[in-house]
Write a new protein. Structure first.
Length: 59
């Protein structure tokens, strides 16, 4: 059975990390939730650290 996990399309703006849901919109901010399959990010990879490092540097 195919899972249909979606991710908040606005999580980069609205949240610190991807918000996953089975619904069609984000339970936290109400933005559209999009299929997470083609997502350009992995919640477990180093992107989060990278973004945090960038933020720190751009201060
Ligand atoms: Zn959201």
């Amino acid at each position: 059975m195919k899972s249909d996990i979606r991710v908040c399309s606005a999580w980069r703006d609205a949240h610190d990390r991807p918000v996953y849901t089975l619904s069609t919109d984000c339970p936290e901010c109400g933005a559209d939730a999009v299929n997470s399959a083609p997502a350009p990010f992995d919640p477990e990879d180093s992107y989060g650290e990278y973004r945090r490092a960038l933020k720190r540097r751009n201060r």
